[in-house]
Design a binder for this molecule. Structure first.
Ligand SMILES: Nc1ncnc2c1ncn2[C@@H]1O[C@H](COP(=O)(O)OP(=O)(O)OP(=O)(O)O)[C@@H](O)[C@H]1O
Ligand SMILES: [Mg+2]
Length: 441
């Protein structure tokens, strides 16, 4: 996957531009020159196959504004800034925004070559990784979205892989926002039906007549869902909203199918959230057919350490997206996250993580206030559901070691220092929590 990368040189002074370009070409690089940031932005976008060298002082859009735009387009694009002699504050600012490095004028050819080499190497790695990710099958991609390493989560992954291969219809239930739709999609994507259609239909979103037509036809254009999903998967969301006549039709449709079924049905029930059960709203024979295989998703508050892992990963993703730093979670905040009731489950947590990142960028607010604001309607920010203290402490300890290892890129000595832990204790704890130094290097 070797590719020839380009170096974009952006400088309003023609002499400077040309001399940098000539030098880099002599050193074996491909270059492209631009007289302004505006011109460069017409060409450079996300996944741009190269790196950027830019002057800071330019008429029109200056180098700092340009850098911000680039970071917004692709936060891992290596950008080397050229600063005036002694312009330290601006260089620092550029590094903070995300520049790879800076170079003082007058330009030092050897340093230029060195930085260009380092930048292009980094870029090649980023782009190769992105290609690899794109080459992953849809199933692997959906599975990689599932965050969490609690025992419940590990079992869920195994269930998905097992049931994905099976042919029976599946019933998924769980409170709102626990991942039912995502899991349904994963079940389809990891199995032999992956190349055929996955069609979600919400039974609560249509009136009876429209739903009957959507499922069984006739419809004006396209195919009804049961035909569209031949060989594939029909995902029936809000199954308990299905009226009695339609339950009868669905049952008849299921009974007519051979084995293995042409259309695999994944029914999703939201009843659990309202304190009911799916079997109370469905006729028993239909329930029996649909629930040949069953997956129940646990509420987030019962998933212990996953809460912190999800929060960390989600806030890193949002920080990446917004081009800023993820918030550091204090001990007290970690405890609050673990104890919150999370009535909206993972969807709510994603929401809180995004707002925490935005707050952090503005330098205001606290995680506690976000949890409070969210629970306002009917809940308080502390849970009534008891969980052993030990579990909180362990989750927190794991997150702390994980974060510290990441910050110190796997340097055991620095982590021992920061956490005041003797080497042996640190090793024991890492083994206990399944953390591996090699993951942080
Ligand atoms: N294990 C997980 N790891 C990471 N993200 C997850 C996980 N489970 C769910 N999500 C994300 O959480 C959000 C809610 O998930 P999803 O829509 O599947 O929930 P749901 O149970 O179908 O909700 P509803 O009852 O409202 O339909 C989605 O953005 C989804 O991608
Ligand atoms: Mg859903």
């Amino acid at each position: 996957m070797s590719r020839k990368l380009k170096i974009a040189i952006v400088d309003d002074e023609p002499d400077m531009r040309e001399s940098i370009s000539q030098w880099l070409v002599l050193s074996g690089f491909d270059t492209e020159t631009f007289a302004s940031a505006e011109d460069a932005l017409k060409v450079i976008g996300a996944d741009w196959p190269g790196i950027v060298v830019s002057d800071i002082r330019m008429p029109g859009m200056d180098g700092i504004a340009f850098l911000k735009r680039l970071m917004g387009l692709d936060s891992s694009l290596p950008v080397i800034m050229i600063t005036g002699h002694g312009d330290v504050p601006i260089a620092v600012e550029a590094m903070r925004i995300g520049a790879m490095d800076f170079m003082e004028k007058p330009f030092d050819p050897d340093r230029m070559t060195q930085l260009a080499k380092k930048g292009t190497q980094m870029r090649r790695m980023t782009l190769d990784n992105r290609d690899l990710r794109r080459d992953l099958s849809e199933g692997q991609q959906v599975m990689s979205k599932l965050i969490g390493s609690s025992p419940v989560m590990e079992r869920l992954r195994e269930d998905i892989l097992d049931l994905g291969q099976a042919d029976g219809h599946v019933l998924i239930d769980g409170e709102t926002g626990t991942g039912k739709t995502l899991v349904a999609h994963a079940l389809h994507a990891v199995g032999p039906r992956a190349s055929k259609k996955f069609v979600p239909v919400s039974c609560a979103a249509y009136n009876d007549e429209a739903l009957a037509a959507r499922l069984f036809g006739p419809i004006e254009d396209g195919l009804p869902a049961v035909e569209e999903t031949r060989g594939g998967t029909l995902c029936l969301e809000d199954i308990e909203a299905l009226s009695e006549p339609l339950q009868a039709r669905l049952l008849a449709f299921i009974s007519e199918q051979g084995s293995p079924a042409d259309t695999r049905i994944i029914a999703i029930s939201n009843a659990r959230g309202e304190g009911r059960k799916a079997e109370d709203s469905l006729r028993p024979d239909l329930f029996y057919r649909l629930s040949a295989l069953q997956i129940t998703l646990p509420p987030l508050r019962a998933r212990g350490e996953d809460i912190l892992q999800l929060f960390t990963r989600m806030s890193e993703q949002f920080a990446d997206e917004y081009g800023c730093e993820p918030p550091q979670v204090s001990a007290q905040e970690a405890a609050q996250l673990l104890q919150a009731p999370w009535p909206g489950n993972i969807r709510q947590l994603i929401n809180v993580a995004e707002r925490a990142v935005l707050q952090n960028r503005r330098g205001t607010g606290s995680i506690a206030s976000l949890l409070m604001a969210d629970g306002d309607d009917n809940q308080q920010a502390t849970t009534t559901e008891g969980k052993p203290l030990k579990e909180y402490v362990e989750s927190f300890e794991k997150m702390l070691i994980d974060n510290t290892m990441r910050r110190h890129k796997g340097s055991i000595a620095s982590v021992m220092d920061e956490l005041c832990l003797p080497r042996r204790t640190l090793n024991e704890k890492m083994a206990k929590y399944g953390l591996q130094r090699s993951d942080y290097l």
